[in-house]
Design a protein around this ligand. Structure first.
Ligand SMILES: [Fe+2]
Length: 205
Protein backbone atom coordinates (compact mmCIF):
# COMPACT_ATOMS: atom_id res chain seq x y z
CA UNK A 1 0.00 0.00 0.00
CA UNK A 2 1.55 3.32 -1.00
CA UNK A 3 -0.27 5.47 1.54
CA UNK A 4 1.35 5.60 4.96
CA UNK A 5 -1.30 4.93 7.58
CA UNK A 6 -0.89 5.84 11.23
CA UNK A 7 0.69 2.98 13.17
CA UNK A 8 1.08 2.45 16.89
CA UNK A 9 3.36 5.00 18.52
CA UNK A 10 3.98 6.46 21.98
CA UNK A 11 1.48 9.22 21.43
CA UNK A 12 -1.30 6.62 21.68
CA UNK A 13 -0.16 5.45 25.11
CA UNK A 14 -2.77 5.80 27.83
CA UNK A 15 -0.39 4.42 30.46
CA UNK A 16 -2.88 1.65 31.24
CA UNK A 17 -1.05 -1.49 30.22
CA UNK A 18 -4.00 -3.70 29.27
CA UNK A 19 -5.57 -0.96 27.16
CA UNK A 20 -2.29 -0.08 25.44
CA UNK A 21 -1.68 -3.74 24.64
CA UNK A 22 -5.20 -3.97 23.16
CA UNK A 23 -4.72 -0.85 21.05
CA UNK A 24 -1.38 -2.14 19.71
CA UNK A 25 -3.04 -5.43 18.79
CA UNK A 26 -5.89 -3.60 17.06
CA UNK A 27 -3.43 -1.70 14.85
CA UNK A 28 -1.82 -5.07 14.06
CA UNK A 29 -5.14 -6.74 13.27
CA UNK A 30 -6.06 -3.91 10.89
CA UNK A 31 -2.63 -4.29 9.25
CA UNK A 32 -3.10 -8.08 8.93
CA UNK A 33 -6.47 -7.63 7.28
CA UNK A 34 -5.40 -4.98 4.79
CA UNK A 35 -2.25 -7.00 3.96
CA UNK A 36 -4.36 -10.10 3.33
CA UNK A 37 -6.56 -8.07 0.95
CA UNK A 38 -3.62 -6.41 -0.83
CA UNK A 39 -1.87 -9.77 -1.31
CA UNK A 40 -5.18 -11.21 -2.49
CA UNK A 41 -4.95 -14.13 -0.08
CA UNK A 42 -7.50 -16.94 -0.11
CA UNK A 43 -11.10 -16.18 0.87
CA UNK A 44 -10.70 -18.32 3.99
CA UNK A 45 -7.64 -16.34 5.11
CA UNK A 46 -9.31 -12.98 4.48
CA UNK A 47 -12.46 -14.05 6.30
CA UNK A 48 -10.30 -15.27 9.18
CA UNK A 49 -8.58 -11.85 9.35
CA UNK A 50 -11.99 -10.11 9.41
CA UNK A 51 -13.24 -12.42 12.17
CA UNK A 52 -10.03 -11.89 14.19
CA UNK A 53 -10.49 -8.13 13.96
CA UNK A 54 -14.19 -8.34 14.81
CA UNK A 55 -13.55 -10.59 17.82
CA UNK A 56 -10.73 -8.44 19.11
CA UNK A 57 -12.79 -5.25 18.72
CA UNK A 58 -15.59 -6.85 20.79
CA UNK A 59 -13.22 -8.11 23.49
CA UNK A 60 -11.39 -4.81 23.72
CA UNK A 61 -14.59 -2.74 23.89
CA UNK A 62 -15.92 -5.02 26.61
CA UNK A 63 -12.71 -4.57 28.65
CA UNK A 64 -12.74 -0.79 28.26
CA UNK A 65 -16.43 -0.60 29.14
CA UNK A 66 -15.95 -2.63 32.33
CA UNK A 67 -13.12 -0.29 33.37
CA UNK A 68 -15.17 2.83 32.61
CA UNK A 69 -18.18 1.58 34.58
CA UNK A 70 -16.01 0.52 37.53
CA UNK A 71 -14.25 3.90 37.50
CA UNK A 72 -17.56 5.81 37.44
CA UNK A 73 -16.50 7.63 34.26
CA UNK A 74 -19.30 10.13 33.52
CA UNK A 75 -18.84 9.87 29.73
CA UNK A 76 -19.49 6.09 29.69
CA UNK A 77 -22.90 6.28 28.00
CA UNK A 78 -21.64 8.35 25.08
CA UNK A 79 -18.49 6.24 24.76
CA UNK A 80 -20.62 3.09 24.60
CA UNK A 81 -22.65 4.57 21.74
CA UNK A 82 -19.43 5.15 19.77
CA UNK A 83 -18.40 1.53 20.41
CA UNK A 84 -21.75 0.14 19.26
CA UNK A 85 -21.61 2.16 16.04
CA UNK A 86 -18.13 0.79 15.30
CA UNK A 87 -19.19 -2.78 16.12
CA UNK A 88 -22.02 -2.41 13.58
CA UNK A 89 -19.57 -1.12 10.94
CA UNK A 90 -17.28 -4.14 11.46
CA UNK A 91 -20.28 -6.48 11.29
CA UNK A 92 -21.27 -4.87 7.97
CA UNK A 93 -17.72 -5.41 6.71
CA UNK A 94 -17.97 -9.12 7.51
CA UNK A 95 -21.40 -9.35 5.83
CA UNK A 96 -20.22 -7.51 2.70
CA UNK A 97 -17.25 -9.85 2.41
CA UNK A 98 -19.40 -12.98 2.91
CA UNK A 99 -21.92 -11.85 0.33
CA UNK A 100 -19.03 -11.48 -2.10
CA UNK A 101 -20.85 -9.33 -4.63
CA UNK A 102 -18.58 -6.35 -4.11
CA UNK A 103 -14.83 -5.99 -3.86
CA UNK A 104 -13.41 -4.49 -0.70
CA UNK A 105 -10.84 -1.79 -1.37
CA UNK A 106 -7.91 -2.35 1.02
CA UNK A 107 -6.80 1.30 0.81
CA UNK A 108 -10.25 2.68 1.64
CA UNK A 109 -10.78 0.10 4.38
CA UNK A 110 -7.33 0.58 5.93
CA UNK A 111 -7.71 4.34 5.85
CA UNK A 112 -11.13 4.20 7.53
CA UNK A 113 -10.18 1.71 10.25
CA UNK A 114 -6.83 3.29 11.02
CA UNK A 115 -8.18 6.81 11.17
CA UNK A 116 -11.08 5.67 13.31
CA UNK A 117 -8.80 3.90 15.77
CA UNK A 118 -6.26 6.77 15.97
CA UNK A 119 -8.97 9.40 16.42
CA UNK A 120 -10.88 7.29 18.93
CA UNK A 121 -7.81 6.69 21.10
CA UNK A 122 -6.65 10.31 21.02
CA UNK A 123 -10.02 11.94 21.63
CA UNK A 124 -12.44 9.49 23.19
CA UNK A 125 -10.25 7.02 25.09
CA UNK A 126 -7.83 9.59 26.54
CA UNK A 127 -10.79 11.26 28.23
CA UNK A 128 -11.44 8.32 30.61
CA UNK A 129 -7.79 7.89 31.62
CA UNK A 130 -7.82 10.27 34.64
CA UNK A 131 -10.94 8.49 35.93
CA UNK A 132 -9.32 5.07 35.64
CA UNK A 133 -6.37 6.48 37.55
CA UNK A 134 -8.72 7.81 40.26
CA UNK A 135 -7.68 11.42 39.63
CA UNK A 136 -11.16 12.91 39.20
CA UNK A 137 -13.90 13.66 41.71
CA UNK A 138 -17.00 13.82 39.50
CA UNK A 139 -17.38 10.04 39.34
CA UNK A 140 -20.79 8.41 38.90
CA UNK A 141 -20.89 5.46 41.29
CA UNK A 142 -22.92 2.40 40.34
CA UNK A 143 -24.00 3.51 36.89
CA UNK A 144 -24.73 0.01 35.56
CA UNK A 145 -28.51 0.32 36.04
CA UNK A 146 -28.50 3.81 34.56
CA UNK A 147 -26.91 2.53 31.35
CA UNK A 148 -30.08 0.56 30.63
CA UNK A 149 -32.20 3.70 30.83
CA UNK A 150 -33.06 5.39 27.59
CA UNK A 151 -33.18 9.13 27.57
CA UNK A 152 -33.74 11.21 24.48
CA UNK A 153 -34.22 14.90 23.98
CA UNK A 154 -37.18 15.51 21.69
CA UNK A 155 -38.80 18.68 20.34
CA UNK A 156 -41.86 19.76 22.30
CA UNK A 157 -44.28 18.80 19.49
CA UNK A 158 -42.90 15.21 19.32
CA UNK A 159 -42.87 14.54 23.03
CA UNK A 160 -46.45 13.20 23.31
CA UNK A 161 -46.14 10.82 20.39
CA UNK A 162 -42.78 9.45 21.57
CA UNK A 163 -44.17 8.85 25.06
CA UNK A 164 -47.31 7.16 23.68
CA UNK A 165 -45.33 4.88 21.36
CA UNK A 166 -42.82 3.88 24.02
CA UNK A 167 -45.67 3.35 26.49
CA UNK A 168 -47.42 0.96 24.09
CA UNK A 169 -44.20 -0.81 23.10
CA UNK A 170 -43.39 -1.81 26.68
CA UNK A 171 -47.00 -2.59 27.69
CA UNK A 172 -49.27 -5.67 27.45
CA UNK A 173 -51.60 -3.81 25.09
CA UNK A 174 -52.45 -5.93 21.98
CA UNK A 175 -51.18 -3.00 19.93
CA UNK A 176 -47.70 -3.64 21.34
CA UNK A 177 -47.33 -6.70 19.10
CA UNK A 178 -48.34 -4.75 16.03
CA UNK A 179 -45.97 -1.94 16.91
CA UNK A 180 -43.13 -4.42 17.52
CA UNK A 181 -43.55 -5.86 14.01
CA UNK A 182 -43.46 -2.36 12.55
CA UNK A 183 -40.30 -1.60 14.51
CA UNK A 184 -38.72 -4.86 13.30
CA UNK A 185 -39.50 -3.97 9.69
CA UNK A 186 -37.99 -0.56 10.25
CA UNK A 187 -34.89 -2.12 11.82
CA UNK A 188 -34.37 -4.05 8.59
CA UNK A 189 -34.39 -0.78 6.68
CA UNK A 190 -31.89 0.65 9.14
CA UNK A 191 -29.64 -2.38 8.60
CA UNK A 192 -29.87 -1.88 4.84
CA UNK A 193 -28.91 1.75 5.23
CA UNK A 194 -25.90 0.81 7.34
CA UNK A 195 -24.84 -1.72 4.73
CA UNK A 196 -25.13 0.94 1.99
CA UNK A 197 -23.03 3.36 4.05
CA UNK A 198 -20.45 0.64 4.77
CA UNK A 199 -20.21 -0.26 1.07
CA UNK A 200 -19.42 3.37 0.26
CA UNK A 201 -16.72 3.36 2.94
CA UNK A 202 -15.09 0.00 2.20
CA UNK A 203 -15.75 -1.03 -1.38
CA UNK A 204 -14.26 -0.20 -4.74
CA UNK A 205 -16.24 2.39 -6.73
FE1 LIG B 1 -12.97 3.17 23.33
Amino acid sequence: MSEQLPAWSDKFETGIKVIDRDHKTLFEEIGNLTDALVRDQSAAEIEQAIICLETYVMEHFKREETFMIQAGYPGTEEHLRTHRAMQRRVRCLRDIYRKGDERIDPVKLGRFLNRWLSGHIMKTDMDYVPYLRGEKDDRIPDQTARLNDVSVRVPENKRDIVERFVGILISDDPLAKELSSLVEAFEERLDEKEMTDARKLFCQE
